[in-house]
Design a binder for this molecule. Structure first.
Ligand code: BG6
Length: 515
């Protein structure tokens, strides 16, 4: 999404009229190579890029982790997990070629010698495979490991590339647990890598439909004139999951749904929905506009939190007809845990466009259905003509389905065929799958390619992350205050969350949209 004239790597022919930067040959060094993320997401994403012919001509993958193992062991493990998690079936000949460029580097994260030998190994790979001295370091580790890693990368001279090459770092979430820790992480990373070298990943931004929000808004003339407080009644953003904590209690107990999903993914989606048109499509122009949205979020006082923020935790229940335990009975969860697995928020963006338009956000685990969608609810047509009798006419609703069944639909009113004047809502529906006839790539595929291309548009900038924490921190503080903390509400697994969350909308005559 960068502009052709400011990007030396642009090949305008590659994608017709689009100006996407071209990914460069490089070595991808994954710290935390034996972890879940590497197996479930990163390697399957790289494999799918290889299978689709989208990888640069030379790419090597170096897994860096503590456990003893050979290149062969590592490749074998990755093959098994890729067969399990890949978007498309693994083809032997493609896997075999891909796997030849996968290496394992055993070292402790704090062992200086391990980084020295890594530098030597990368030089050798450059010569053998043509990766041109370009290095993409991927921190798929807990944030408390960042400090030793960046320190030793710097000591080994790996934070800077030789003339004509580059070194970049992709940092996984969670990016802090509050403003202070996020600032500290930023300081740590900054001690070795500049902001231009730093790519903070938010995989929701890599989802195809999330990217389409900007196209929907700014490549069509019909929506933007209506996209403001004059015509909009409210906005809802929902991310619901049938999954529970899935063995991640070690992390999730200290995080909860607000930090895990709202601070990053949902606020990023909100930014795309609410931002002003950028001056161009460069990474910083887009991120400049996004950060203004977060900065304009009305901060909540403790009293506001009690009224506008609701937290819940799943109790036992059933998902798809199968009984499941409550959160407190999950493995490694404190039986008295007050960690929230559900959040509903009513918030406001204090600027001209969004003045007094309520935005409702909702995320939850163990809900009846998995799906992420944004719905834009327009004000009702004026109370004349058809609307005279009562308020029976539905609102127009534009729904952006982020996942699954990616697409966009518009609900509008139509006259039912017949002699009477009966009006019913109908739906105009666009499905990615049927319209374009191909499956959307996984978010990690897109984001890895962007990082190889030097395009940071879909990565969070330092100020975006810090501003988001400024909004989130008062809510966390109110929920965890010793005195008068708003209650944690419980909901049965398989339900749509605590009943109190319905109240948040019902008091203004609104209801949550059913997914
Ligand atoms: C992750 C959260 O960032 O996003 C998980 O840590 C959550 O708790 C996941 O399940 C949801 O992502 P997706 O792409 O599966 O909707």
């Amino acid at each position: 999404m960068s502009q052709a004239n400011d990007h030396p790597n642009i090949n305008p022919l590659r994608e017709g009229l689009s100006t996407r930067a071209v990914p460069q040959p490089c070595s991808v060094v994954i710290f935390g190579a034996t972890g879940d993320l590497t197996h479930r997401k990163l390697i399957p994403a790289l494999y799918n890029l290889a299978a689709d012919g989208d990888l640069p001509p030379a790419v090597a993958v170096v897994g860096f982790a503590r456990r003893e193992k050979t290149d062969g062991d590592f490749r074998k493990e990755l093959e098994e997990s890729t067969r399990k998690f890949s978007r498309q079936p693994v083809r032997d000949e493609i896997w075999n070629t891909f796997a030849q460029a996968v290496y394992y580097h055993q070292s402790d994260f704090s062992d200086e010698a391990g980084y020295k030998s890594l530098a030597e190994r990368l030089d050798k790979i450059d010569t053998e495979r043509g990766t041109r001295g370009n290095r993409l370091f991927y921190f798929a580790v807990a944030p408390d490991q960042f400090e030793p890693i960046v320190k030793h990368l710097k000591a080994a001279g790996l934070n800077e590339a030789c003339e004509g090459s580059w070194a970049r770092v992709i940092v996984e979430k969670p990016f802090g647990t509050d403003l202070a820790s996020a600032r500290e992480l930023n300081r740590v990373v900054r001690s070795s890598f500049s902001e231009e070298q730093t790519y903070r990943i938010d995989h929701f931004l890599g989802k195809e439909t999330a990217q389409n929000i900007l196209v929907l808004r700014f490549a069509n003339a019909i929506f933007e004139p209506l996209w403001n407080a004059r015509y909009l009644d409210h906005v809802q953003i929902t991310a619901s999951e049938t999954l529970g904590v899935e063995g991640r209690a070690g992390y999730y107990e200290g995080a909860g749904a607000l930090r895990d999903m709202v601070q990053n993914h949902l606020l990023q989606l909100l930014c795309l929905i609410a931002m002003e048109p950028p001056t161009d499509l460069s990474a910083d122009s887009i991120r400049d506009e996004k950060v203004k949205v977060v900065r304009s979020l009305r901060r909540m006082t403790k009293e506001d939190v009690a009224i506008n923020a609701l937290r819940g935790q799943y109790a036992e229940g059933a998902i798809n007809g199968k009984p499941v335990v409550g959160y407190r009975a999950e493995q490694n969860v404190d039986p008295k845990s007050i960690t929230e697995t559900y959040v509903a928020l009513r918030l406001f963006i204090d600027n001209w466009r969004w003045s007094d338009v309520p935005i409702y956000l909702r995320v939850g685990k163990r809900l009846p259905k998995s799906g992420t969608e944004i719905s834009i609810h327009f004000k009702k047509a004026p109370l004349v003509l058809f609307n005279k009798e009562a308020t029976t006419l539905d609102q127009n609703v534009l729904v952006i389905r982020i996942q699954p069944d990616e697409g966009i639909s518009l609900r509008m009113q139509a006259k039912m065929p017949g002699t009477s004047f009966r009006i019913e809502p109908v739906k105009m529906d666009f499905h990615y799958g049927t319209s374009f006839g191909k499956a959307s790539p996984e978010a990690y595929e897109r984001l890895l390619l962007d990082a190889m291309s030097g395009d940071a548009t879909l990565f969070a900038r330092r100020d975006e992350v810090e501003e988001a924490w400024l909004f989130i921190d008062p809510i966390e503080q109110a929920w965890h205050s010793k005195k008068d903390a708003p209650p944690l509400c419980f909901y049965p697994s398989g339900s749509w969350g605590p009943e109190e969350a319905d109240e948040l909308l019902a008091r203004e005559g609104r209801i949550w949209r059913r997914l």
